[in-house]
Design a protein around this ligand. Structure first.
Ligand code: UFG
Length: 346
């Protein structure tokens, strides 16, 4: 099909899974990453899964405007999927300047070069965090955004706005930008090959890596943050989306842009399952599917957590022809296989 997709931050957790799906769908891919939050494990895994040793890889920082521009000169890019960003909520509260500087300037550089090189399709990796604590559930794309509770969350909102405004300003021009923002719910799991997955540095912030690290003995005990929430079992509810399903949504979105199927020049889609799962339910499912017992205890609520959020994915189902397919059990089995793979036990 002869179309080339630039994947910024393509060596990371989500980027590597998306790269696999793009290649398997027949797209050409250029992976670029500054490797600030990952090593080459996942990129090497991508090569093994796809059987491709020739995937272009550029080590570069998207905050370096000249380097970004060089990329657009060196390759004819038909679409960009922009992942390159910092993502730790707590760190963003402690170091807001680092977050605003990195997450905004890298995206601005992409948009500037993309437009200067004759326009482009831009897919921005956004987050359900833009909905904050929702008033009604499930959330649709028209549910109101709430003021962000962290600089990280704010960068997602600001980047969505930057994309929307740029699409509007460039419409019909030579440097036309068309955009899609995908609002991810909680991506979890790993590739069924066991060759790529999440590689958190230090103590994991997110639930599933903490569960798998506890199960394998790297952590003593999982703390479940809060069991007095107004939910059926008292623990928070989320919409956990399988990483391969999430990656496939990117292929659908890219095809939608490249095939001229967009209804508006800037579109937003929720990428979730539509199914709420509580922390306790997730822990129980992990124990059951993998046949083990997890050491956990209830701990006080974590500051900034919303009680419950899950997606209405109807827009993505209908307009992009995308649907989450894997069950939470399959996903948790893949997450466990990956943890064992990196621990060298399999
Ligand atoms: N949790 C625990 N124990 C842990 C880790 C998490 O009980 O050790 C709970 C949390 O309290 C929450 C649920 O598990 O109820 C999910 O927590 P995660 O950290 O895995 O995910 P979040 O829903 O907090 O995070 C999501 C996205 C982030 C985004 C954030 C914004 O994964 O990228 O929403 O709030 F920034």
């Amino acid at each position: 099909m002869d179309k080339t997709i630039l994947v910024s931050g393509g060596a990371g957790f989500i980027g590597s899974h998306v790269t696999v799906e793009l290649i398997e769908a027949g797209y050409g891919v250029v992976v670029a990453d500054n490797m600030s939050n990952c090593d080459m494990t996942c990129f090497e895994g991508v090569k093994k899964i796809t059987g491709r040793d020739d995937i272009p890889f550029v080590k570069m920082d998207f905050c370096d405007a000249a380097a970004v521009d060089r990329l657009f000169s060196d390759y004819r890019i038909d679409a960009v999927i922009h992942f390159a960003a910092y993502k730790a909520v707590g760190e963003s509260v402690a170091q807001p300047v680092k977050y605003y500087k990195n997450n905004l300037s890298s995206f601005l550089n992409v948009l500037e070069s993309a437009s200067a090189h004759g326009g482009c399709n831009v897919l921005f990796s956004s987050s359900a965090t833009v909905y904050g604590e929702p008033d009604t559930l499930p959330v649709t794309e028209t549910s109101p955004r709430q003021p962000a509770t962290s600089p990280y969350g704010n960068t997602k909102q600001i980047c969505e706005d930057i994309l929307r405004d740029t699409v509007k300003a460039t419409a019909g021009s030579e440097g036309e930008i068309k955009g899609i923002a995908l609002r991810y719910f909680n991506p979890i799991g790993a590739h069924p090959s066991g060759l790529i997955g999440e590689l958190p540095r230090g103590v994991p912030n997110n639930l599933v890596p903490f569960i798998t690290q506890t199960a394998i003995g790297k952590r003593e005990c999982l703390s479940i943050f809060g069991n007095d929430y107004p939910t059926p079992d008292g623990t928070c509810q989320r919409d956990y989306i399988d990483i391969v399903d999430l990656a496939k949504a990117h292929v659908c979105a890219v095809s939608r842009m490249l095939d001229g199927d967009m209804e508006e020049d800037y579109e937003i889609f929720n990428i979730g399952t539509g199914r709420p799962v509580s922390v306790l339910e997730l822990v129980n499912a992990f124990e059951k599917v993998n046949g083990l017992k997890l050491n956990y205890r209830f701990a006080p609520r974590r500051e900034g957590d919303v009680t419950a959020i899950w997606a209405d994915p109807a827009e993505a189902n209908k307009k992009m022809g995308w649907k989450a397919e894997r069950t939470v059990e399959e996903t948790l089995a893949a997450a466990w296989a990956w943890e064992k793979h990196i621990a060298g036990q399999e």
